[in-house]
Write a protein that binds this ligand. Sequence first.
Ligand code: CMP
Length: 133
Amino acid sequence: MERTLAIIKPDSVKKNIIGKIIDRIEAEGFRIVEMRLVHLKAEEAMNFYAVHREKPFYADLVAFMSSGDSVVLLLERENAIVRWREVMGATDPAKAAPGTLRRLYGFSIERNAVHGSDARDTAAAEIGFFFKS
Ligand code: CMP
């Protein structure tokens, strides 16, 4: 069993599709270990995405992620990190495979519906960022 962090981003929460995304998470065999609605402060979004701080899109990403509520989820299943990334699809919704969450619900590379950890070390850090247990 492996764990990963998922975020249902503010664009999805504003579109009232939390339920659709959670439905998919469960249908894909993930167990929701913990889940919380959060409104990230700008400083928290800056820290969460600190790895991107030199990127040209960093300021916009921080503004977007702190623009409204998100849902943070601690997910568990076999091969959870890779599997959740497959279910999300490519970062850019226009390049994501049909049927993936970002293709279905993403609007742009920034407003791309969902987030997922990309590796074991980042999953551990990102889970620790939101969940203390
Ligand atoms: P996410 O998986 O949450 O990880 C970092 C985020 O930065 C990514 O999804 C996108 O929302 C955003 N991002 C990545 N590349 C770009 C880009 N070229 N322009 C704007 N935002 C980007």
